[in-house]
Design a protein around this ligand. Structure first.
Ligand code: PRF
Length: 381
């Protein structure tokens, strides 16, 4: 079973192509297509990558999108999505989709939450109605959506937190991992369920969580509970503890991360997949990510600047529109301003990942990382 040569061509699996230090380049193979790793997954929370056409997201080089159990269960409802042919059909994205399980979004968005062994009950942030999310129901919803890669329900603790609190949440998450895996057996074989490593900022607890999940056995492992209030150095230290004990033949996904710098440093520590609202959300808040670092288009210094954000970019939004025009759109709160900057940012994130993959394949990842950081440090002059 674990011999890659004996796997069916269509079964979910990971192929490692090259390593450079701890950095890995490979591909996650799914029946809906191949995900080149390291990969950045644009966030399509409510069945849309805000401000972008699906075709446009694809053209930037995205192999996979992220969707959210929490949002889609509330609106338009998982059973309705299933009746409409599933999420791929509904949003016209025929490529792989990964869904988060909902627990993390309940914690950050819902009102009046109550955790128990059984699951979490909460009030919708939309209409205040009560809902329950158990490990079994989360998997059922992700199945109704038709997600290719699904997440177990977990409990993510915000940092700082006590060791007892972190330990309790990771134990509960391990029990939920078992229940999620059992519930997942009802689904088509070509889909995959990932376990989620928790354990906060405590190395011992991180190892306990990872070992517990490896015993249960998943086709991929997510690393959760990071980028939740701790310094970047702590996050990177936790990655250095966790990735060496994860199986080399399975993908590792760092959830909800991050900035370009977070991603390049996490790749250096063996992470394969990322998702984050940062490029899309920042784009709606006048912020551009470029080779020269972050540029805030709200700033008055752009008002008379006829230069594009990056004349050498392949992205029309970065290459062809003047900073003065982008500044004007942002100041007027025109929707095109948000759309163009979202496009710029997703293009930058995807080009960064493409550069990372090529550099690992050529054994020059460290040099690439240094060059990229030099560009950010030089700034926008
Ligand atoms: N768990 C889940 N989703 C997540 C996280 C987590 O810990 C995070 C933490 N960065 C983001 N999204 N299920």
């Amino acid at each position: 079973m674990n011999n890659p040569d004996r796997r069916e061509q269509t079964d979910f699996h990971y192929r490692l192509h090259a390593t450079d230090g701890a950095a890995r380049h490979g591909e996650v193979v799914t029946p809906r297509g191949v995900i080149r790793t390291p990969a950045f997954m644009p966030v399509g929370t409510a069945g849309t990558v805000k401000g972008m056409y699906p075709e446009q997201v694809r053209d930037l080089g995205a192999d996979i999108l992220l969707g959210n159990t929490y949002h889609l269960m509330l609106r338009p409802g998982a059973e309705r999505v299933a009746r409409l042919g599933g999420l791929h059909e509904l949003m016209r994205w025929p490529h792989p989709i990964l869904t988060d399980s909902g627990g993390f979004q309940v914690m950050s968005l819902a009102g009046l939450r109550k955790m128990s062994e059984k699951g979490v009950t909460f009030r919708s942030h939309i209409d205040g109605a009560y809902h329950e999310l158990t490990p079994e129901r989360s998997i059922e919803i992700q199945g109704l959506l038709g997600a290719d890669i699904q997440m177990q329900l977990d409990e993510c603790v915000r940092l700082p937190a006590s060791k007892d609190e972190i330990s309790r949440a990771l134990q509960l998450s391990l029990r939920w991992a078992e229940r999620s895996k059992k519930a997942f057996e009802a689904q088509p074989k070509e889909r995959a369920l990932f376990g989620i490593v928790q354990g906060g900022d405590d190395a011992e607890l991180r190892i306990e969580s990872a070992r517990g999940l490896i015993d249960i056995d998943f086709p991929g492992y997510s690393i959760g509970g990071l980028a939740v209030g701790e310094p970047q150095a702590v996050m990177l230290a936790m990655l250095e503890v966790v990735t060496p004990i994860l199986p080399v033949d399975k993908p590792r996904y760092l959830m909800g991360v991050g900035t370009p710098d977070d991603m390049i440093e996490s790749v250096a520590r063996g992470v394969d997949m990322f998702d984050c609202v940062m490029p899309t959300r920042a784009g709606r808040h006048a912020q551009a990510f470029t080779r020269f670092g972050k540029i805030n288009l709200k700033n008055a210094r752009h008002a008379d600047d006829p230069r594009p954000l990056d004349a050498e970019s392949d992205c029309p939004a970065a290459r062809d529109y003047s900073r003065a025009y982008l500044h004007h759109l942002v100041r007027c709160e025109e929707m095109l301003g948000s759309m163009l900057l979202t496009w710029v940012n997703l293009a930058y994130y995807q080009s960064l990942m493409a550069g990372i993959r090529a550099a690992i394949a050529q054994g020059r990842f460290e040099a690439f990382k240094a060059e990229v950081k030099e560009g950010w440090a030089r700034g926008d002059i």
